[in-house]
Design a protein around this ligand. Structure first.
Ligand SMILES: Cc1ncc(COP(=O)(O)O)c(C=O)c1O
Length: 469
């Protein structure tokens, strides 16, 4: 029987060692000893080589996902007689290795800060394959982007157009720019809202965009490249993209009357399964429908389809990552309901938490988990995997069934942590960030060094200061 504290979407598994399809990297299997193996490397080998906790990234899974996205966009665009581009949203996960793997599959990069741009360039991405985004780019970031020769800068406000105009002018350059449109469509997982979402920091309304495009076209230092839109994240259904496409094509048609519009970028936001409750639409079908719909809208007006671009992040990096933790403490907690009946939830405390994965605390994001170091026949128990931080919201996996004998010393693996975990990590409670390890074909390698307490201390300039000085 399921634990009454279990949410309705979570079923008690027959086998709490089994790996749910679509949630784990393709290479994740149990070996004959029952231990989880990633990219051919047993979890215990990774922990003994790099310590715990550790981010693990399956290189092949990430590359296959990048390649697949590129292929489906290319195919759908070719079928509609236009060109498709894919810019990997580097905010999901960017490191030197990731840049090489992603650019090796023909993708460009959406970078949202000078730091992300620096990593993409240092990793060898051609500057022309970069799109520089963000709602508050500094003058030095704009200058660096223009010096590097980025493919385009996505403008988020009229004041930015003035700033880029002036910087490009002083450098004797013409800056390629797009304008981010707030189509008024907001999509989030299962739902989309077609009503205006004006009250937010990103983008300009279609009417404001049209005015700004006229200004850009009037500047000798700016070259208008097209329109950009991003409607949300972790989107499971296509409808929001279709509605945004309809609105973008209407604006595109209006803008075409006064000059060329080379590209429409439809953004990212494609959802992935974190738990058994998640059932995103198949990616190929989703991209096909979006591209076909945009082509149909353009054909209704008898206008040519521009080049189309997408900016996926999570769907490429998310399922390629797994975080390994070690269990330190377990504690059954008895919970009473209003009717006086009671049920027990087993709290499993691990050696990381909201500092390496802020998403549960930030968005109540759900994850799943398995014991990585062994298989167990013990009756599945409802557990909550929690971190070691001083916050009761420091939850790693809010609800999961694990073998009831889960115990200190076990290694736990939490899948789908490739996106927005390392990117959002912190030093809360003065914990060092975990290392990131790449795995492939039985090999493991350090992608990003972990931080020791010495690393955390090294940035603090106060230790040599005498009291009172
Ligand atoms: C402008 C823009 N593009 C792309 C993305 C990537 O979204 P996702 O990782 O959900 O695909 C984001 C995410 O916030 C974004 O803000």
């Amino acid at each position: 029987m399921s634990n009454p504290l279990s949410p309705s979407w979570l079923s008690k598994p027959d086998d709490a060692n089994a790996l749910r399809e679509g949630v784990w990297p393709g290479s994740a299997v149990r070996n004959t000893e029952g231990e989880l193996v990633f990219g051919g490397v047993p979890a215990s080998e990774l922990i003994s080589a790099y310590g715990s906790p550790a981010y693990v990234v399956d290189q092949e899974e990430l590359e296959l996902r990048a390649k697949h996205f590129h292929n489906i966009v290319t195919r759908a665009c070719e079928r509609n007689a236009t060109v498709g581009h894919v810019y990997y949203a580097s905010k999901a996960l960017i490191t030197g290795h990731v840049v090489q793997w992603v650019s090796g599959q023909g993708l460009g990069f959406d970078v949202a800060s000078g730091g992300e741009m620096a990593i993409a360039l240092a990793g060898g991405a051609p500057a022309s394959s970069l799109e520089f985004q963000g709602n508050n780019k500094s003058e030095s970031e704009i200058t660096a982007a223009l010096e590097a020769g980025v493919g385009c800068i996505v403008i988020d406000a009229p004041i930015e157009a003035e700033r880029i105009d002036s910087i490009a002018g002083s450098m004797g350059m013409v800056a390629p720019v797009m304008v981010r449109v707030n189509t008024g469509v907001h999509a989030d997982t299962h739902e989309y809202l077609a009503t205006a979402r004006e009250d937010q920091k990103f983008g300009l309304s279609p009417a404001e965009t049209a005015k700004l495009v006229a200004v850009i076209r009037g500047s000798k230092n700016l070259h208008f490249e097209g329109l950009h839109s991003h409607i949300g994240s972790q989107i499971f259904q296509v409808e929001g993209f279709l509605e945004a496409g309809t609105r973008l094509i209407a604006l595109y048609r209006e803008l075409l009357e006064d000059g060329p519009v080379a590209t429409i970028n439809l953004g990212g936001g494609f959802g992935i399964a974190y738990t058994e409750a998640d059932d995103p639409m198949e990616l190929g079908a989703m991209v096909d429908q979006i591209v076909d719909h945009v082509a149909f809208e353009a054909s209704k007006y008898g206008i040519p389809l521009p080049a189309l671009a997408f900016e996926p992040g999570r769907v490429i990096a998310g399922p390629a990552g797994v975080t390994l933790y070690s269990v330190g403490v377990t504690k059954p907690v008895v919970v009473h309901d209003d009717q006086g009946s009671e049920a027990t939830r087993l709290y499993v405390s691990v050696d990381g938490g909201m500092s390496d994965n802020a998403r549960p605390a930030l968005y109540h994001a759900s994850y799943s988990a398995r014991i990585a170091s062994r298989e167990s026949e013990a009756e599945p128990a409802l557990v909550r995997v929690v971190g070691k931080h001083c916050e009761s919201g420091d939850i790693v996996v809010s609800e999961e069934y694990l073998p009831g004998d889960v115990a200190p010393g076990d290694v736990l693996a939490v899948p789908t942590t490739g996106a927005y975990c390392y990117s959002l990590s912190s030093n809360y409670n003065a914990l060092g960030r975990p290392p990131m390890i790449g795995v492939r074909d039985g090999r493991h390698f350090l992608m990003v060094a972990g931080e020791s307490i010495d690393d955390v201390l090294a940035r603090d300039q106060g230790f040599s200061v005498k009291a009172g000085s």
